[in-house]
Write a protein that binds this ligand. Structure first.
Ligand code: PGA
Length: 250
């Protein structure tokens, strides 16, 4: 399986800034190694600019940071899968921890976004992960199981595993500089893999599982080398082309 190296730009970068960063990133990475793919999630207003800058660069893909589960309609402020596709997105993030814990999205809404986007032809990266109090209460497995069961409830059993990635991002490690250690990542990713295989007997082994949470150029190589780690989802360290290119090539 190719390693999926994903950049979540969150609410950073105007269209011009996104164009410059994407352009610099393509140049800094050069020819992408055959075992890597790059996925950028710019803010909505920068999608066109980032798409232009990525151009035809082989192995570079783009996605939206969020989506609403309807084709169109009276949903002020929301964005439809078809709009993302028309702006050059092949992917979308669902259930990012900031959407769950800052904007109040429920597991059920995340599940309907995931299934609707897949049916609409987007590939989906579903984000899951426990909060610190849940980990301290010994609820790691329970939380992962619940988020996968509800997040993937309406995904067909014969889903193409290349179109559905899971990003395991422990909430306490996002933007805090606290990276989960190798043992913690191995444990959580094994729980995710076992659950995916139970839910999707034919596709579960081939769904990429990304790690996210304070990934940096100096820890990326070790993290992507771990069992059941098929890539990374990077926030802060993806905002500069220089630092993200070193992660992509780690
Ligand atoms: P971080 O963010 O790399 O800044 O911790 C990761 C994420 O939120 O996806």
């Amino acid at each position: 399986m190719k390693k999926l190296m994903a950049a979540n730009w969150k609410m950073y970068k105007t269209a011009d800034e996104a164009r410059q960063t994407a352009d610099a990133l393509v140049k800094a990475v050069g020819t992408l190694p055959g075992d890597r793919e790059v996925l950028i999630f710019p803010p909505f207003t920068a999608l066109h600019a980032a798409h232009d800058a990525l151009g035809q660069a082989a192995g570079f893909h783009m996605g939206g940071q969020d989506v609403y589960p309807a084709e169109e309609g009276a949903f002020t402020g929301e964005i439809a899968p078809g709009m993302l596709k028309a702006a050059g997105c092949g992917w979308v993030l669902t259930g990012h921890s900031e959407r769950r814990h800052v904007l109040g999205e429920t597991d059920a809404l995340v599940g309907s976004k995931t299934a609707f986007s897949l049916a609409a032809g987007l590939s989906v990266c579903l984000c899951i992960g426990e909060k610190l109090d849940e980990r301290e209460a010994g609820a790691l497995t329970t939380v992962i199981h619940r988020q996968l069961e509800t997040g993937l409830a309406d995904v067909p059993a014969d889903v193409d595993p290349g179109r559905l990635a899971i990003a395991y991002e422990p909430v306490w490690a996002i933007g805090t500089g606290k990276v989960a250690g190798p043992a913690e990542i191995l444990e959580a990713h094994a729980i995710v893999r076992a659950k995916l295989c139970a839910m999707f007997p034919s596709a579960g082994t081939d769904m990429p599982i990304l790690y996210g949470g304070s990934v940096k150029p100096d820890n990326a190589a070790e993290i992507v080398g771990l069992d059941n780690v098929d890539g990374v989802l990077v926030g802060g360290a993806s905002l500069q082309a220089d630092s993200f290119s070193r992660i992509v090539l780690a």
